[in-house]
Design a protein around this ligand. Structure first.
Ligand code: ZN
Length: 151
């Protein structure tokens, strides 16, 4: 387990037409936020999420090519290849309230979106590296965490 202190809290909205994930990543890069959390609500003109096929060990994309509500976007910010990396999951609802969701990828066109980014001040960087058992870029687990989870 790692500990962090809360740093800045950024509250703003994204421009209409922005691509959701690159826009959030760009804010982190511009503001020098390397660790933190993000959430957002709003609406999209179209959405795209991904589903990780655990057997094939690759992402499949799912397109929602119509206007939808951002029911929830929640994610974290850490480092990958030395750069701020936003890992977020998105749930969107259609006009009947049906919800689709998955791993946020590029290709979500913002209609309106309000976000909050909370910066974490950490003693040691959280860096994503390749994890052989899953095929994903994950945080390196500390030995103490693995031991306690096995009990
Ligand atoms: Zn994910």
């Amino acid at each position: 387990m790692r500990e962090a202190k809360s740093g800045r809290i950024l509250i703003e909205r994204l421009a209409k037409g922005a691509d959701l994930l690159p826009a959030l990543t760009g804010i982190c890069v511009r503001e020098g936020i390397t660790h933190g959390e993000v959430w957002a609500i709003g609406a999209l003109a179209r959405a795209r999420v991904a589903y990780y096929d655990q057997t094939a060990r690759r992402y499949k994309t799912l397109d929602i090519p119509e206007p939808c509500e951002i029911v929830s976007l929640v994610g974290n910010i850490s480092l990958k290849d030395g750069e701020p990396f936003v890992h977020a999951h998105l749930a969107v609802g259609d006009e009947k309230g049906h919800v689709f969701g998955g791993h946020l990828v590029e290709g979500c066109e913002v209609f309106a979106a309000e976000y909050v980014i909370r910066e974490y001040l950490v003693a040691a960087h959280l860096e994503r590296t390749y994890d052989e058992p899953t095929g994903l870029a994950l945080w390196k687990s500390e030995a103490g965490c693995q031991r306690s989870e096995q009990r």
